[in-house]
Design a protein around this ligand. Structure first.
Ligand code: F6R
Length: 618
């Protein structure tokens, strides 16, 4: 969702810092962008619909002509529209009627309509259709009533119902005040001797410092160079220690790749190594995970696992079900977090709630995990973002160490989630006495083969082969993705990737369900992509391919089963690694396939329309 940045320095000009920060956070929302700056005796805003580069070239040109110079403090916003279309007027920052503050916001104000009505009744004139402008007026009016900006924020926010991360900037009587607050969406702050920064993602702060404070719900932070004061809603100071972030900035750079998505697909061999790092105890045939939570005694009490996730992470959760049930013998339920949170789930005693999330900030997943916690479950997570809300709220986390994922279509985080799920399944299986030491050794030895296989699947030659197939199928009218067993979620993931970035209709189905409806779609001009592993259902998958071909449909087979590959017009061979590990390899050609179809169609691969990474609103 929207990206937020803010900076306050002792001297110098924060505009380039804000623009750099917005560029880094553009993946969070990219339909409009704006900055608010301390200028002269007051504040100046520049905002417009469109991408950051367009705004950047305008404001930098203005600077070159002598304008917008020397701002020691400012805020910046990249928007993913919720209320009101992406227009110049709806872009953030928004100012209050008195022009006292500029405000940026990520989230949704649920009672904005009634607040707006009330403010209009009090004579306030609105200039946008956003829910954010309501906040700007509320806080501006409180500031006019007296006190500091932080007091005004604390007085205004209790009137608001909804989710927000906000930053407000005021400049009166020569004093600059920069305040931010959080209820829901993520927000972090940092200081060093010369400055103070705030952002919705650590990536925008890392160029300045690695010591980052993650705000919690209800926090209000006042920033000035070298100092940050965090209070609760009543103004009582709270202690929020800084954490050291190890991520390398280069990891958020495209390098020599044309798109983040392709770069992140190619990072997968390294990501697998990082997820496994120091976690394999091959002698013991077991997985080393830090903390009592993962001990035999504690995991021995887990009778059931309830996975909660959204989108691609949900598909990883489905694979986790096959792994945990198959290897550890522990029953698993998997729910879309957005559904789970609004039904009345019945969770048996001994249920472990497992959140799966790249960002650790997905609003639905967080809400579902909180609900499971209220219902008495222990909470664990598989997550990429250190310091994220999910990590902080979980009793234990298996960090996947995928590094920053910038491409909106998730790739490397998915593969890392599968590795983490495999590790968890083995640990649970060992704790429950379901996996012997010898079996553990074999399972873990298999994992160590994944990296070389991935490297082999990402050679130039392998990539060109997939590109050629993608080119020939890029203008078909639709795709069916079929998979069985542990590769059924991979069919769902393949279809999701294709939809997301190439805007082609694609359905993922369990192959056995084809005859119950989707077979009616098969005709010439419809492509069916079949995941064909060498497993107990391989002959059934071959039968599915025959059925599609008999009806004139084209088939692309992806997998290690020679019989299926033989039957298909197009084939993408995948190394044989056994059923449990096959999803880890089978998904890679599907990622590349969707990438190349999107490339062929000229789509904006890293910033697909209507999407944003990290869905921090409902
Ligand atoms: C798809 C994609 C989304 C996310 C989903 C959950 O490529 O990226 O479907 O997987 O929004 O996000 P996280 O994993 O951050 O909870």
């Amino acid at each position: 969702m929207c990206g937020i940045v803010g900076a306050f320095r002792r001297t110098g000009d924060v505009l380039p810092t804000l623009l750099d920060g917005l560029k880094v956070l553009e993946y969070r929302g990219y339909d409009s962008v704006g900055v608010g700056l301390v200028q002269g005796p007051g504040l100046t805003i520049r905002r417009r619909a469109g991408r950051i580069d367009e705004l950047a070239s305008r404001v930098l040109a203005e600077q070159a002509q002598g304008g917008l110079n020397g701002s020691v403090a400012g805020i910046g916003h990249s928007r993913w529209a919720t209320h009101g279309p992406p227009t110049d007027e709806n872009a953030h920052p928004h100012m209050d009627a008195g022009g006292r503050i500029a405000l940026i916001h990520n989230g949704i104000i649920e009672n904005y309509a009634e607040l707006r009505e009330e403010l209009i009744g009090a004579g306030v004139e609105f200039h946008s259709e956003t829910d954010t402008e309501v906040l700007a007026h509320l806080i501006g009016r409180e500031l006019a009533a007296g006190g500091r900006l932080a007091d005004a924020v604390r007085r205004a926010l209790p009137r608001v119902r909804g989710y927000y991360a906000i930053a407000a900037l005021a400049h009166e009587d020569g004093e600059v005040q920069l305040v931010c607050a959080r209820e829901g969406p993520p927000l972090c702050v940092a200081v060093d001797e010369d400055g103070a920064w705030l952002a919705s993602d650590v990536l925008a702060i890392l160029p300045h410092t690695r010591e980052v404070i993650f705000l919690e719900d209800g926090d209000v932070a006042e920033l000035e160079p070298g100092k940050v004061r965090v209070t609760d809603g009543k103004g009582v100071e709270v202690d929020r220690p800084a954490r050291t972030i190890e991520w390398e900035m280069e990891a958020s750079d495209k390098g020599s790749f044309p798109h983040y998505m392709l770069k992140e697909i190619h990072e997968q061999p390294d990501v697998v190594s990082r997820t496994l790092y120091e976690r394999l105890d091959l002698d013991a045939g077991d997985v080393r995970l830090d903390g009592d939570f993962w001990s035999d005694e504690s995991l021995g009490n887990v009778r059931r696992v309830q996975v909660l996730a959204c989108g691609t992470a949900f598909h990883a959760g489905l694979v986790a079900r096959y792994l945990i049930e198959g290897l550890a013998g522990v029953p698993v339920d998997v729910d879309y977090a957005s559904e789970f949170r609004y039904r009345s789930p019945i969770l048996a005693p001994g249920t472990l709630a497992l959140g799966v999330s790249q960002s650790g900030e997905t609003a639905d997943t967080l809400a579902a995990l909180r609900l499971a916690g209220k219902l008495g479950c222990a909470r664990a997570s598989i997550c990429n973002a250190i310091g994220s809300t999910m990590v902080r709220e979980s009793d234990a986390t298996l960090l996947i160490h995928a590094g920053p994922e910038i491409g909106v279509a998730s790739t490397k985080a998915f593969v890392a989630m599968l590795v983490a799920a495999y590790l968890m399944a083995v640990r649970l299986g060992r704790a429950h006495g379901r996996i012997s030491q010898e079996e553990g050794r074999e399972l873990l030895a298999g994992l160590r083969q994944i990296r070389p296989h991935l490297e082999h699947m990402l050679t130039r030659e392998a990539q060109d082969h997939i590109r050629d197939i993608a080119r020939r199928h890029s203008s078909v009218k639709g795709f069916l993705f079929l998979g069985r067993g542990i590769n059924y979620p991979i069919a769902l993931e393949g279809a999701l990737k294709l939809k997301e970035i190439s805007y082609v209709h694609a359905e993922g189905y369990p192959a056995g369900e084809m005859k119950h409806g989707p077979i009616a779609l098969i005709e010439p001009g419809m492509t069916t992509l079949v995941i064909a592993s060498q497993d107990s259902v391989a002959d059934k998958v071959r039968a599915n391919i025959e059925q599609v071909r008999a009806r004139g449909g084209q088939v692309i087979a992806v997998g290690a089963d020679p019989g299926s590959l033989e039957l298909a017009e197009d084939k993408i061979e995948v190394p044989e690694v056994g059923p449990w590990l096959s999803p880890l390899l089978n998904v890679v050609p599907l990622q590349l396939f969707s990438y190349f179809v999107a490339l062929e169609k000229g789509c904006d691969i890293d910033k697909p329309r209507n999407l944003a990474k990290s869905v921090t609103v409902e």
